[in-house]
Ligand binder design. Structure first.
Ligand code: TRH
Length: 404
């Protein structure tokens, strides 16, 4: 019998929570043959990423994964799985906790041992993993893998921190991803066909092709104005429902337009893409603007220049994450590139610096060839490390072997 894994996903906002969980679920099912169930509360968000998903059903099997609607009243499962991934620490449904407390009370002998019976079944304690948010901050190395025993249940629980070093949980990356990317990039026809499928004609060779996935912030209109005044043509692809207000204002004269040109900038509204096609978009463009967590990681595997916008936190706490990443990412970069990308990224992320966008852009563009080389080397170096799913499986495997 294959090991069974549950992934619990409570969507806080936007697409990243669902995006990360779906990606992990697929990888565990496809590459390890595990019996994976994704429990998710906001199925409409998942459907944006996986259009074949049917939101009217409470439970369905799709792409080798069972997807079940998550509610607080969801009855506990008949069997506990081998592993429960509690994505971003959203917690288990209260009814599950109650039954876990009954099946594995604090007085039960030891974790992962057969400790009791419910109905006719022997029970094996599941391994509860709290999958945290990705960060480049050094402190996550000290927290990754730490035990966090739940107070009222005798089952193992550990923190798992995605990250960029060997001492963390790594980054999500499917086994075949980089080969697929290289095959795509080797074929200009495939790229052209992909662009045409988005309703975009192949841009002139002197145009810079940019994808834009960002939050609707006050720096965005300034950036679009800067691009409109650019000395060379720019074509910007923006998926539907991304920064809708600003995009509508840009198309001002042309209500309902999907393509508008102001000065040097042509802005193309494209459909919101299935998650697998989103990778192709990143592979296709010369520069990608990404945000949050999952698109940020995919932009790195695209090995193309990218600008990251962190998920906004109160009191600008996200700036610490930005600085930690830039420090790591640019550690061995030439000084000019370091300055250009750091200045632009800070201006893009820091509400107090948005007026610097227009000045920071020309320096970034000057460094684009150096950034292209750098992003390629970064992706190569990162890809030598084990990916997140590999580390997660190894972690749970080692832990279960160490247990009595
Ligand atoms: O959408 P995000 O901002 O998501 C999040 C959430 O806000 C979440 O609460 C927070 O915890 C997390 O960020 C850090 O950005 P992200 O993480 O990049 O997720 C976007 C997902 O949407 C990713 O899986 C790619 C996918 N996507 C598509 O599949 N098609 C598209 O056209 C686009 C634009 C994105």
């Amino acid at each position: 019998m294959p090991a069974s894994w549950f992934i619990l996903c409570r969507v806080v906002d936007h697409y990243g929570d669902a995006g990360v969980c779906w990606r992990l679920a697929r990888q565990l099912a496809h590459e390890y043959g595990f019996d994976v169930t994704l429990f998710i509360d906001d199925t409409a968000t998942l459907q944006r990423l996986v259009p074949t998903f049917d939101v009217t059903q409470n439970c369905q099997r799709i792409d080798c994964v069972t997807v079940q609607r998550l509610t607080d009243t969801l009855p506990p499962p008949a069997f506990w799985p081998t592993v429960i991934i509690d994505a971003f620490g959203g917690g288990l449904p209260p009814s599950w906790l109650m039954v876990l407390e009954r099946d594995f009370p604090p007085s039960s002998p030891s974790p992962l041992e057969r400790v009791g019976e419910r109905g006719n079944y022997n029970l094996i304690a599941p391994h509860w993993i709290i999958l945290e948010y990705l960060s480049a901050e050094p402190w996550i190395e000290t927290m990754h893998g730490l035990a966090s025993p739940p107070p009222s249940v005798n089952i193992p629980r550990h923190f798992f921190f995605p990250g960029f070093t060997e001492a963390t949980g790594g980054l999500l990356r499917e086994r075949t991803l980089l080969d697929e990317r290289d095959a795509f990039l080797r074929s200009p026809e495939t790229r052209h066909t992909f662009l045409e499928s988005l309703g975009v004609s192949v841009p002139p060779s002197d145009a810079l092709l940019v994808s834009l996935f960002c939050y609707d912030i006050s720096a965005l209109p300034m950036l679009l104005d800067t691009w409109a005044a650019s000395p060379s043509p720019m074509v910007c692809l923006i998926p539907e429902n991304v920064a809708p207000e600003t995009v509508q204002r840009f198309h001002r004269a042309d209500v309902g337009a999907t393509r508008t040109t102001h000065g040097s900038l042509t802005l193309h509204a494209i459909p919101f893409l299935p998650q697998t096609d989103f990778d192709r978009l990143l592979w296709t463009c010369d520069l990608n603007f990404v945000r949050g967590e999952d698109s940020f990681v995919r932009a790195q595997w695209a090995a193309k220049p990218f600008v990251w916008q962190a998920y906004r936190q109160e009191e600008q706490a996200h700036l610490t994450k930005i600085d930690a990443f830039l420090t790591r990412y640019l550690a061995d970069a030439p000084d000019n590139l370091k300055t250009a990308l750091t200045d632009f990224t800070r201006a893009w992320n820091d509400e107090q610096q948005i007026n610097r966008i227009a000045d920071a852009w020309p320096s970034l563009i000057k460094q684009l060839p150096a950034l292209a080389t750098h992003s390629h080397h970064w992706a190569q170096r990162q890809s030598v490390q084990m990916n997140l799913a590999q580390r997660l499986v190894a972690f749970c495997d080692v832990f279960s072997k160490l247990s009595p």
